[in-house]
Ligand binder design. Sequence first.
Ligand SMILES: [Zn+2]
Length: 88
Amino acid sequence: MAATAKPSLAPSKWSERRNTKPFTFFSMCPVCREERLQYAYTRRALVNLLQSGPMVNAYCTKCDRVWHVSAQERAALASVISALRALH
Ligand SMILES: [Zn+2]
């Protein structure tokens, strides 16, 4: 029966998925001073934010606090993203 279709792992599907899944990174919460995992942005959204200037927001689920990632964290993010772009 055709109803038992398996998930497709075709290369084109993989590249689509890479553009839509969250790009995770850590940013330090200014309240509790702990590194918090951020997953609100796709890589494409982060690239746009890093290039066009607006602040990148981060969020702490424990403190319910939103803050802007620091200039150092922005620079680290930009270098990671450009390194990944060189690989793909
Ligand atoms: Zn916190």
